[in-house]
Design a protein around this ligand. Structure first.
Ligand code: URP
Ligand code: ZN
Ligand code: ZN
Length: 472
């Protein structure tokens, strides 16, 4: 079957051009200048389906390179399954996710990975890949890292936070980085000084400070900046490439910027919550309400200027990617586990459906360009994690994962009864934004059109990834 998307403005990191996109089956066959009669254009008159994208942007489907479907955390599990979470992602114009397979402490890496394959296989609406969380660095898991790179899992997350759960000490981190330096894998780091944080948490609780806002106040920016610096130095010692996840403190990104300026292989990611939500406006809401916004790294103070600095670092490419760190928990019975003790609130916010719209708001407000929007939400994540050019670009031969985005539309993203994530609330209440995901294609199939869902569970395929394309 052939599909022609005509009259749209095709956007890539390089520019925005008026072009028609011809799709043959699951792949993009041609990107054609309207009116050009040279080779390829004759096919356009015989296309089986024609989609008129006049007045709209035609962009590569979003690649969300940081999600946690069903993550075990804090005595419960993230509330989205691969079914509900990938369906919600599709609604919002994301056509690929990279989720984190988990090796729990004491478990073999391959067993944790097998569990993740079982959770996802046949259950996703869009294509998916995995990173691997290494929850226990030892000889066996280091050997597994080598094996996984050959199986298309080429990035490994380590934690400098959560002692007793996912935490690795510096020696373990060093060994994992030595392994990655050797096999070409990317080390993804949760950079917070978990040992210091645990002391601050105990002291706060002992002083009767139990409200959700203390989650942020016991994780001051110094704990993120110190850990970021340590991770960079350990990476430098070993030669491993380093990708620091969910960065929220401007001081931590400044440290990363210095290493980038020295041409070290270090990269940074932030998330929509750190660009829009804050300690003052959300996390400090009265009573237990602030629990909705407990995530790590934490929401930071707007008064301290983190938010504007992060937008700036996105413009300068010191931050390369915006992913969601989608880790939803319901308020009832999940977030409520932490009533009277902020440290027992499961950490995470759900946003997989909203990333493309929230970041487009940055275009509307003049914080990033249209091209940069596509770059940080699709092209760079595809390149960073070895999926390009299959994903992240509208070009002949690439998968026909395409979003037709309407800049004249409006999206009411913050109303919990209208989103499609498996959550009983929205962390984005009150966020009505310009722009609308009108049509979504995944490998040539229209899965969202005109506010109707046309996709189905089982459509999504597992993607084996190559090495990061940013490494030399
Ligand atoms: O709060 C968060 N980020 N929850 C998910 C786990 C992680 O550290 O990414
Ligand atoms: Zn993390
Ligand atoms: Zn995460």
């Amino acid at each position: 079957m052939t599909t022609l998307i005509k009259n749209g403005l095709v956007v890539s990191p390089q520019g925005a051009i008026a072009a028609d996109v011809l799709i043959d089956g699951e792949k993009i066959a041609a990107v054609l200048t309207p009116g050009d009669t040279s080779l390829g254009n004759e096919l356009t008159s015989t296309a089986d389906v024609v989609i008129d994208a006049a007045g709209k942007y035609v962009i590569p489907g979003g690649v969300d390179s940081h999600t946690h479907m069903e993550l075990p955390f804090g005595g419960t599990f993230a509330s989205d399954t691969f079914d509900t979470g990938t369906r919600a992602a599709a609604w919002g114009g994301t056509t690929t996710i990279i989720d984190f397979a988990v090796q729990k402490f004491g478990e073999r890496v391959q067993d944790g990975l097998a569990t993740w394959h079982e959770k996802a296989r046949g259950n996703t609406h869009i294509d998916y890949a995995f990173h691997q969380i290494i929850g226990g660095v030892d000889d066996d898991s280091l050997k597994a890292m080598d094996e996984l790179v050959n199986e298309g899992i080429t990035s490994f997350k380590l934690f400098m936070a959560y002692p007793g759960v996912f935490y690795s000490d510096d020696g373990q981190i060093l060994r994992a980085m030595q392994t990655a330096a050797n096999n070409g894998g990317m080390i993804m780091m949760h950079a917070e000084n978990g040992i210091a944080i645990d002391v601050l948490v105990s002291q706060a609780l002992a002083a009767g400070k139990t409200d959700p806002k203390y989650h942020s106040l016991t994780r001051p920016w110094e704990t993120e900046a110190e850990a970021t610096n340590r991770a960079i130095m350990l990476a430098r010692m070993t030669g491993a490439p380093l990708y620091v996840v969910h960065m929220s403190a401007k001081q931590a990104v400044k440290i990363l910027q210095e290493a980038k300026n020295d041409a070290w292989n270090v990269f940074g990611e932030t998330c929509p919550q750190y660009l829009y939500l804050s300690l003052e406006e959300q996390l400090s809401q009265p009573g237990f309400e602030g629990a909705k916004w407990v995530c790590s790294t934490p929401l930071r103070s707007k008064a301290e200027g983190h938010h504007e600095e992060l937008w700036k670092y996105l413009r300068t490419n010191d931050l390369s990617i915006v992913s969601t760190d989608h880790c939803p928990f319901c308020f009832k019975e999940q977030k409520e586990l932490g009533v009277g003790n902020f440290s027992a609130i499961p950490n995470g916010i759900g946003s997989v459906e909203h990333r493309m719209d929230l970041l487009y708001q940055g275009v509307v407000e003049g914080k990033i360009s249209l091209q940069r929007w596509v770059e940080i939400t699709s092209t760079t994540p595809a390149r960073m994690f070895g999926l390009y050019p299959q994903k992240g670009v509208i070009a002949p031969g690439s998968d026909a994962d395409i979003v037709i985005y309407n800049p004249s539309g409006r999206t009411e993203i913050g109303y919990h009864k209208t989103h499609h994530m498996n959550m009983d609330h929205s962390a984005w209440e009150g966020f009505n934004v310009d722009g609308h995901v009108d049509t979504v294609l995944s490998r040539g199939a229209v899965i969202v059109d005109n506010n109707a869902y046309l996709g189905h569970m089982g459509h999504g395929k597992y993607l084996k990834r190559g090495l990061s394309q940013y490494l030399i």
